[in-house]
Structure formats: C-alpha cells, structure tokens
Write a protein of this length. Structure first.
Length: 211
C-alpha cells in the first residue's frame, strides 16, 4: 500500500483504496510515454518535495514540465529531524513543546520556575505551544479569640443590673365594681363610728339616774 510496482512491459501498478470501508484494489496503468516536447528535457527537480508532470496545455504537441512543491504542516515538536527520501520533517520523540529551556511532551504537566506548565494545541494546523500558569495555594488562617478582661465582665454585670432595675411595675386598673365596694365599706365604717357615741350616752345617762 502506497508503493508502486513496475512490470516488465513498463506498466505501473499500485494498491488503491477509494474509501476506508472498502477493500483495496490493485490498479495498473499502461506504460508512460513522455509527450513530445519533454523528451529532450530532463526532469527539472529530483526531490521528494517536488512533484512534476509533463503537460501539453494547447494540445498541439508542445508539452512542457509543470512542477509544484509539496506543502508540509509545521512539525508538532521542537526536536524535529529530516529523514532521507521524505519531504516533511518528522518528530522522533512525538509532539512536544519547549519553555524555559525544557521540553514538555504533549499533554503532560510540568512545574518549571514555580509555574505549572503544560503542552497543548491551540489550533490543529499549528504546532503545540507551552502554557504556564501560577500555582495556586490555599492558606488556612487560625483566629484566636482575645480573653475577656475583668473590667469588661464588671461592665456586663452592671448593664444587666441596670436593665433589671429599670423595669416598671404598672398597677392593674381598678374596676368600677371594686370602687363601689370600697365606697360602701368606707360609708359603713363611718356610720358605726357615729352610732357608738350614742350608745355610750344612753348608758351614762342611765347611770346618772340611778345615782
């Protein structure tokens, strides 16, 4: 798959798979014959990064070489290398980033210079970059209550006493019936006091007659 095979008759065969779910088929092309106009010319470049074809744009037999460069995506690593017979650079150690002079593999967190750094993709068509953030720490603070002084206790006691003595007792209202009973009682007492001297007078007068 991905390689060509040249037969003895000059035909070229290769394995091709049109869709991922289909089985690959062997396709053979007839022998290639250089069009007129390119026979006397050599191929301009012989490089895996350049693809050339002999094209007759006018159809009049005046063919010419047409070449285009192979585009490569940025290598997703900082230690990329070039491999012979391959156009694009490769990453022998996998995707990674570099920050503060240290290499961080893709998806790995690493503490550098007091920072939490990790390597991540910001855009799929670009190489990954290192992102560093400060390390967050949680500090628990213990608050000790201050002791209560004797002066504060005395002030609290005095405040409680003053609050207690400041309460007023409101007498209950006297009903009209109670007022009537009080008036009758006072009148009866006055009557009895007036009657008693009369009895004493009678007794005195009687005694005087007897004598």
């Amino acid at each position: 798959m991905g390689q060509e095979y040249v037969r003895s008759d000059g035909s070229v065969c290769f394995c091709q798979q049109n869709e991922p779910w289909q089985q690959a088929d062997v396709i053979c092309m007839p022998p290639f014959k250089t069009p007129a106009g390119c026979e006397s010319q050599e191929k301009p470049w012989d490089s895996p990064c350049v693809t050339c074809d002999c094209v007759d744009w006018s159809g009049a037999g005046n063919a010419d070489w047409v070449c285009w460069m192979t585009d490569c995506f940025p290598a997703p690593c900082v230690d990329k290398v070039s491999v012979p017979n391959e156009c694009c650079e490769t990453c022998p150690n996998g995707p990674n980033c570099e920050t503060f002079g240290e290499i961080i593999p893709l998806g790995v967190n690493k503490t550098i210079n007091g920072l939490e750094c990790h390597c991540e993709y910001t855009f799929i068509l670009e190489a990954p970059i290192a992102v560093c953030n400060p390390i967050l720490t949680t500090t628990l603070e213990t608050i000790t209550p201050s002791p209560i002084s004797s002066t504060t206790q005395e002030r609290t006691t005095l405040r409680l006493i003053s609050t207690t003595t400041s309460e007023k007792i409101t007498p209950s209202p006297i009903s009209s019936t109670t007022k009537e009973r009080t008036t009758l009682k006072q009148s009866s007492t006055t009557t009895s006091e007036k009657t008693t001297p009369n009895k004493n007078r009678k007794r005195i007068s009687a005694n005087s007659n007897e004598s």
